[in-house]
Write a protein that binds this ligand. Structure first.
Ligand SMILES: NC(=O)c1ccc[n+]([C@@H]2O[C@H](COP(=O)([O-])OP(=O)(O)OC[C@H]3O[C@@H](n4cnc5c(N)ncnc54)[C@H](O)[C@@H]3O)[C@@H](O)[C@H]2O)c1
Length: 382
């Protein structure tokens, strides 16, 4: 057991869900014995009632105000799914109050917030073994768990290149029906840069190693085409130089007119390669030269699915069926499941504050890079 981490001595964990998006974590929490969802918090009355119903929480335990929730419901953990600019204020308030935090992406919306969050998370961990985790669900897509496991087991050899693309036309979420801009119009597409890059970066950065970090970024934009009222480039490209060697290409596109497609990934190492299925294609492919020596040098892609035996035990147990039925390819399920399991077992959570910052900070620095015409800029260690 890692020292300094609070163990839930009764083998139970009470959790409150904050913001309607946190409803996506219900199935994952319910699958962990000992976890109880005791309260919800949502500013909007209709969304609050729906969230309470989804979580099986009584009306009296449904709060409109976050501080009220902390003070009166006193959950041992909160799962935060509110708009991005509320992540740090709410996470910090909960950590200061001694509550474990699972918070949606991104961890923070600027570098000052990253420093504030880091200080609070580290102080809470030292003082009371309280943990912070960023809910990066892309890390829990089953193909990406498998690729990460294979990479960390050395099947790719030395990983030196990866790609992560988040392509999701969400223009309809930038304004309400009456045209009022939503928080996304400010915090996601009200600026330039790959500031919403954690879905793309997180899963592939882990393939470089569990402590890999981006040292330098450069960011370029395609120009504004689909919605000229917003400054955000239709496509944003961020190149990330990995400390110790290696390159990651991140494409962020939340604007382009095209059929629904969420994300795409690729990983290249000295001995192996992986490519996710492109839209409409049948399945992810992988090739591991070290495992399949080919004297005639006829290298052929195989099915990534043929390596599923390497999936970690927790992903192959009975919960896997439930996960498949939950959102984002099981990612929403596992992120809650793994957070709660780690806390109940007194282990460090899988995406703690250091990894949350490793995924979030490069995108925030990209804002200054794109403003400077793509100038490469160092990514600070926070
Ligand atoms: N990981 C993913 O795949 C994924 C998917 C969707 C959204 N998200 C993230 O989830 C968060 C929410 O996104 P969304 O699409 O649900 O946004 P949304 O605007 O649809 O919903 C936000 C909700 O938060 C509520 N809210 C606002 N202020 C609040 C407060 N102070 N206390 C309690 N509730 C409050 C609003 O009433 C609203 O219902 C964002 O951070 C977003 O980035 C992540």
């Amino acid at each position: 057991m890692a020292s300094g981490i609070r163990v839930q001595t009764q083998g139970t964990l009470s959790v409150a869900l904050v913001g309607k998006r946190a409803g996506a974590f219900v199935a994952g929490f319910r699958a962990v014995p000992g976890v109880r969802i005791v309260a919800v918090c949502e500013a909007d009355p209709a969304a609050r009632a729906a969230l309470a119903a989804r979580a099986g929480v009584a009306g009296a335990d449904a709060y409109a105000d976050f501080n009220d929730l902390l003070r009166r419901a006193r959950p041992e953990a909160v799962a935060i799914g509110t708009p991005m600019h509320l992540h740090v204020p709410q996470s910090v308030a909960a950590l200061v109050d001694g509550r474990h935090v699972l918070c949606e992406v991104t961890a923070a919306v600027d570098l000052d917030e990253c420093r504030t969050l880091a200080a609070a998370a580290r102080r809470a961990a030292r003082a009371g073994g309280v943990q912070y985790m960023m809910a990066e669900n892309a890390n829990y897509r089953s193909d990406l768990v498998l690729v990460r496991t294979l990479a960390q087991a050395g099947l790719f050899g030395r990983v030196y290149f990866a790609e992560g693309e988040y392509i999701h036309d969400v223009k309809h979420l930038h304004r309400t029906a009456d045209g009022t801009p939503t928080w996304r119009a400010t915090w996601q597409v009200g600026k330039r840069g790959a500031t919403y890059a954690t879905h793309s970066l997180g899963p592939v950065l882990e393939c470089f190693g569990p402590e890999a970090r981006v040292a330098m970024v450069s960011c370029h934009g395609s120009g504004v085409w689909s919605d000229p009222s917003l400054p955000h480039d239709d496509t944003c490209l961020m190149t990330c130089h990995v400390e110790g060697g290696g390159l990651i290409k991140v494409r962020l596109d939340m604007m382009s007119n095209r059929p629904h497609e969420m994300s795409w990934y690729a990983v290249q190492g000295t001995k192996g390669a992986y490519e996710a299925a492109r839209a409409g294609a049948s399945g992810a492919v992988a090739w591991f030269g070290a495992n399949a020596p080919d004297p005639r040098n006829e290298r052929r892609w195989g099915r990534l699915a043929d390596h599923e035996d390497a999936l970690p035990d927790w992903m192959r147990g009975p919960a896997a069926e439930q996960a498949r039925a939950a959102g984002h390819g099981g990612g929403d399920f596992w992120v809650a499941h793994q957070f709660a399991t780690a806390i109940l077992e007194g282990r460090p959570v899988p995406i703690g504050i250091d990894r949350a910052l490793a995924y979030t900070v490069p995108g925030l620095v990209s804002e200054a890079s794109i403003a400077a015409g793509g100038m490469p800029l160092p990514v600070p260690v926070i």
